[in-house]
Design a binder for this molecule. Structure first.
Ligand SMILES: [Zn+2]
Ligand SMILES: [Zn+2]
Length: 305
């Protein structure tokens, strides 16, 4: 028997279909977990928002949880790449139109620091509206939908148990972004992954130094804008007073104590972001990690532009 709650599946789900509890064993590393549908359902009943795309009233727990009705979800997921179907660029993961292994921009562009990336949906039409509703309209339930897609993308990037990354790393926001907009949509996805027990864990070990907004720049300038502007965070102050151990500086000197120890950098990491445009953000993240000892860095983005 799959479900640890047989009665919940047989009796209650027949009587209250909106409960629709997923069997626990099947969702160890997936969204959603027990109870979250019910909470979302009650929230939707109290503060109805409707489906983000078609505006239909959300009557099921799953619909309320994802902020999308079942037909809209099915429609969106139908364009999701499947592991064995649809040819994708072996480097950036965008769909291929030619018979080559890599896409035109990867062949003609500068070499990449990341090893491989995958982007899921085209950043156009409905998908664009979806991201805008999440990012600017703060439709937080869409975060659940995106987190679920990230988990699906993860399984596509790493179908085998070997070679899996040690952690998820969110692309860090620009300094002052949270102060200005009140939140960071990537970090919110990281929090959702954590809340649902992401395995491997999430590590926020990157930070972005001040740079111009990538969206306002052309393709050439995007790359130079981020050059060296993403770095690995230093460790907490507590660990920086490293007088007696060998550190990056000379032990026992002012240099050693101030420079301190950086956070341990994972050997293999998966960096995730919302939109893949030129790949320069992922590239800057991968470069920063590899400069500090990472061996393989993968990228996962929700959309490709
Ligand atoms: Zn809908
Ligand atoms: Zn490519």
């Amino acid at each position: 028997m799959n479900s640890p709650w047989p009665l919940g599946r047989c009796f209650f789900s027949a009587k209250f279909p909106w409960l629709n509890l997923p069997p626990l064993g099947a969702v160890q590393r997936d969204l959603p977990f027990r109870g979250t549908y019910l909470f979302a359902f009650l929230q939707e009943r109290l503060f109805p928002e409707g489906c983000t795309l078609c505006g239909k009233i959300l009557e099921s727990g799953a619909g309320a949880f994802y902020g999308l009705c079942a037909p809209c979800r099915k429609n969106l997921e139908s364009l999701m790449p499947e592991p064995d179907t649809g040819r994708r660029c072996s480097l950036c993961g965008r769909p291929l139109i030619s018979e080559r292994e890599t896409c035109l921009s990867c062949r003609n562009g500068p070499s990449r620091s990341f090893d491989r990336a995958l982007s899921l949906f085209p950043y156009a039409g409905t998908y664009r509206n979806l991201l805008r509703a999440y990012k600017f309209g703060r439709r937080l339930s869409l975060g659940n939908f995106f987190a679920k897609q990230l988990l699906r993308g993860y399984k596509m990037l790493f179908p085998a148990t070997s070679g899996q990354p040690e952690c998820w790393i969110p692309v860090p926001p620009r300094p002052g972004k949270i102060k200005k907009t009140g939140w960071d949509q990537i970090d919110y996805l990281a929090r959702l992954l954590e809340r649902h027990g992401a395995d491997p864990p999430v590590r926020r070990c990157l930070k972005r130094l001040s740079s111009e907004n990538q969206k306002e720049l052309n393709r050439e300038r995007r790359r130079s804008n981020l050059k060296g502007r993403i770095t690995v965070k230093e460790g907490p102050r507590f660990f920086q007073a490293n007088f007696f151990k060998e550190g990056p500086g000379k032990a026992g000197t002012a240099e050693g104590s101030l420079q301190g120890k950086a956070y341990p950098v994972p050997k293999t990491a998966l960096v995730f972001d919302d939109v893949y445009t030129t790949g320069s953000t992922l590239d800057a993240c991968a470069e920063a990690l590899k400069n500090r000892g990472a061996e393989r860095v993968y990228g996962l983005c929700l959309f490709y532009d």
